[in-house]
Design a protein around this ligand. Structure first.
Ligand SMILES: Nc1ncnc2c1ncn2[C@@H]1O[C@H](COP(=O)(O)OP(=O)(O)OP(=O)(O)O)[C@@H](O)[C@H]1O
Ligand SMILES: [Mg+2]
Length: 498
């Protein structure tokens, strides 16, 4: 019998139907993937299960009885815990305080309480073989990936019967991803249920016994994973066939240098990095996560302190600082790692976010040309298939993947020809991913120069002309041609350097 059954679940936000009669059935003991393109209603659905959102209509049965949670604590108490797509930790609290936040920890003696808290944390970490994170570390000091791991610990802390993971691997490195997939398998093996949302079909195949596909707020199919092909799933998700994910490789690099970087260092995380990025080239950046990739992108964009020389189109960059870095065709633009922190103003509209960095382009004699702005915004929204009711929809109410598309569109509108793309397809559905890769190749052919980091190794292998592999803040190797492979990247990342 199914552990969880949901039928005819609907949810509207004003004029937007996030879910219209969705169906979902899942049994204990399985990892069940929930798939669908950006804005299909996946997060809304699991927020309803986890008590964070109330449905307008629908019936949910859990463990043989009707179920409706008034809030996340109630859902947790009933045995449903979720790791939501957008992180929810409190930065000023420590790892363990976040994990046990709101749980009943009422000992009159603080010392005893603290000791017990530590023991419980270590026990939890040991039970699921967590990656090493210090329990007393403040969350604000953690990387995005580590925060994600803490979110997972927090969801497991209540020993749930149902664990929901909403794109929990999207900011994890391959190693932690493997760990989480193992955890999900084991958790399900204990007779419990994992609901697994991801845009990475490879992971879904590896971990999920069943898949349910949503499209436009409705359930279009449910299958045993082994009995459907990727193509079939993608067609169900998109409602159309997708030709191919990766564009054909074209060598469009010229001899002209877009970026010439020498001796670039930042603190101890980025050490003495030299490389060239040519006009028309897509240069991938790989290596194990946390080996200086983030710092490299930040230093190039002028965030934080750095030393060394950066030449942009032959000119030494003096104006360090993101604002100066942005302007015009000879400028440099960034898709940052943390879209909610750095990329977007969540309370502003899609239109405002898209045009924020380029307002000067729309003003003639100081007056904003509203018509031009409107046309460009509409064009960008169509091109990237940004799913918003109108350009005035508030960015914070878009689905996660659509927020990422806005960040990407904002960068494109700057017209800067040196693009720093830090994991630009994170959380983006497979259809749009393909379009982004094609676009990257087209831009390269037009003379753009692109530095491209991805947490998804196959993307580097299939899209980049060369791949720079980082290790301990240095560039350990630059792979070219036939030397580019997942294996090659991994090997270069692990080789001992003296
Ligand atoms: N608070 C809100 N106000 C208005 N619209 C909303 C709100 N929350 C969600 N929506 C809309 O509901 C739809 C479904 O969003 P949801 O986040 O469930 O999609 P998703 O399948 O999780 O997509 P993604 O893969 O991008 O995460 C989207 O069109 C979104 O804009
Ligand atoms: Mg979502």
């Amino acid at each position: 019998m199914d552990l969880l059954q949901a039928s005819a679940v609907s949810k509207r936000y004003g004029g937007i139907a996030a879910l219209s009669g969705a169906e979902f059935h899942a049994a204990a003991g399985e990892v069940h993937a929930l798939l669908g393109e950006n804005g299909a209603g996946k997060s809304t659905f699991i927020q309803i299960l986890a008590g964070a959102v109330r449905p307008d209509e629908g019936m949910i049965n859990f463990d043989g009885a009707p179920f409706r949670a008034a809030n996340p604590s109630a859902a947790q108490a009933a045995g449903i815990s979720a790791v939501f797509q957008e992180l929810s930790l409190i930065p000023d609290l420590t790892v363990e305080q976040n994990i046990w936040f709101r749980h009943e920890w009422r000992s009159p003696l603080r010392m005893i309480r603290r000791k017990a808290l530590r023991e419980k944390t270590l026990e939890l970490f040991a039970r699921y073989a967590f990656p090493a994170i210090a329990p007393d570390q403040e969350v604000r000091r953690l990387t995005l990936a580590d925060r994600q791991v803490v979110e997972i610990a927090k969801a497991l802390a209540r020993d749930p019967k149902v664990l929901i993971l909403d794109e929990a691997t999207s900011s994890l490195a391959p190693r932690e991803t493997e760990w989480l997939l193992g955890l999900a398998t084991r958790f399900a093996g204990e007779g419990r249920l994992v609901i697994y949302i991801s845009h990475r079909l490879q992971e879904v195949r590896q971990v999920a016994k069943r898949v349910t596909v949503f499209r436009n707020g409705q359930t279009v199919a449910a299958h045993d994973t082994a009995s459907v092909s990727d193509d079939e799933i993608i067609t169900e998700m998109l409602g159309r066939r997708m030709e191919r994910l990766y564009p054909e490789r074209r060598d469009t690099a010229t001899a002209k240098l877009a970026l010439k970087v020498r001796g670039l260092s930042a603190g101890s995380r980025l050490r003495d990095v030299d490389f060239d990025l040519r006009e028309g080239e897509v240069l991938g950046v790989g290596g194990l996560q946390g080996h200086g990739q983030r710092e490299l992108f930040q230093a190039l964009f002028g965030i934080g302190k750095s030393r060394g020389s950066i030449e942009l189109w032959g000119r030494e960059m003096t104006a360090r600082g993101p604002r100066q870095a942005l302007t015009g065709r000879d400028g440099i633009a960034l898709v940052p790692e943390d879209r909610r922190g750095q990329g977007l103003l969540l309370s502003k509209s899609v239109r405002e976010n898209l045009t924020l960095a380029v307002i000067p382009r729309f003003s003639s004699g100081g007056i904003l040309s509203a018509r031009r702005e409107k046309a460009l915004v509409a064009e960008m929204m169509t091109f990237l298939r940004i799913k918003a009711k109108t350009p005035d929809q508030v960015a914070g109410t878009l689905s996660g993947g659509n927020q990422q598309k806005v960040v990407f569109g904002k960068m494109l509108l700057t017209e800067a020809r040196v693009l720093l793309l830090f994991d630009p397809t994170r959380g983006v559905d497979v259809g749009t991913k393909g379009e982004i890769f094609t676009l990257m190749r087209d831009l390269a052919a037009k003379g753009y120069a692109i530095l491209f980091y991805s947490s998804d190794q196959p993307e580097l292998v299939h899209v980049a002309d060369r791949v720079a592999v980082m290790q301990n803040g240095r560039m350990a190797a630059i792979l070219e041609g036939a030397g580019i492979s997942e294996d090659g990247i991994l090997r270069a990342a692990m080789i001992e350097k003296h």
